[in-house]
Design a protein around this ligand. Sequence first.
Ligand SMILES: Nc1ncnc2c1ncn2[C@@H]1O[C@H](COP(=O)(O)OP(=O)(O)O)[C@@H](O)[C@H]1O
Ligand SMILES: [Mg+2]
Length: 276
Amino acid sequence: MTAMSITHEIQQNLVQPGMPGSLEALSGILQGLDGAALSPGEAIRDLLAAEWVLRMDRRLRACLKTSHLPGLKTLDSFDFTFQPSVSRGQILSLHELGFLERKENVIFLGPTGVGKTHLAISLAVEAARRGRRVFYSTLYELSQSWLEAERQGRLRERMNFLATASLLVVDEVGYLPISQSGTNLFFQLVNRRYERNSTLLTSNKSFRQWGEIFGDAAAAAAILDRLLHHCHLVQIAGNSYRLRGYADLEMPEDRPPVITPRRGRPRNPRPEEGVH
Ligand SMILES: Nc1ncnc2c1ncn2[C@@H]1O[C@H](COP(=O)(O)OP(=O)(O)O)[C@@H](O)[C@H]1O
Ligand SMILES: [Mg+2]
């Protein structure tokens, strides 16, 4: 059998089970073998690895489509030297995703612009790479989606979808308050996920301000009780990365945007109550 016909046979064997990654890498790998740049073992390894890489990439893309993530951020682009309050060791260890296996939660706390969303997305991307079902939403979008789902008579379905995601990222807890029914549903969601699936939250507010976010101190306490039981807390204190070119600029304290208050709610937290 000639080398050409063997190659043809290998190609057929890669097409039939659908191994396009290996197929694409094949001619380069054969050249490597011919020139003795690769040993037979290395060639087989590279052939299979090419397929694996392609599949992982497809899986990631599919997951990113359904995850609703607002962009692609990874740890490679996170500058730890800019944010010394972030422990590189803790973040790297979280990226090993043991917390997902153990159904533990992660909370990033800190003022705006310090990288909370960046790190949350980076963890979600890592989980997606490993084939986990990930879903991202801000707390406000979540509460809006419940209103919409209720209008369509699909609230139960929506709650089931959110409760069963392997990793649920709830970003921006604290920028906008949510309604009483939103608070009740969020409590139900946290309760259903407790010890079953991991939830990752980011917030610019200290826990004692969560009563204001949820409009109900008892509900906030019950939510925190479940979230914090098995939880990795990452507190980030530092300057906004977005404003890094403006070191000399006098910034006002970190405040959420001014919003129309609901009755009985403070307009904004007192300055000394921010997360520092
Ligand atoms: N330490 C960092 N290294 C690199 N980019 C960063 C860092 N911190 C923040 N960023 C970038 O700055 C922007 C704001 O960060 P973000 O994660 O949205 O902040 P937060 O959610 O805390 O308000 C994003 O584009 C993010 O990628
Ligand atoms: Mg953010």
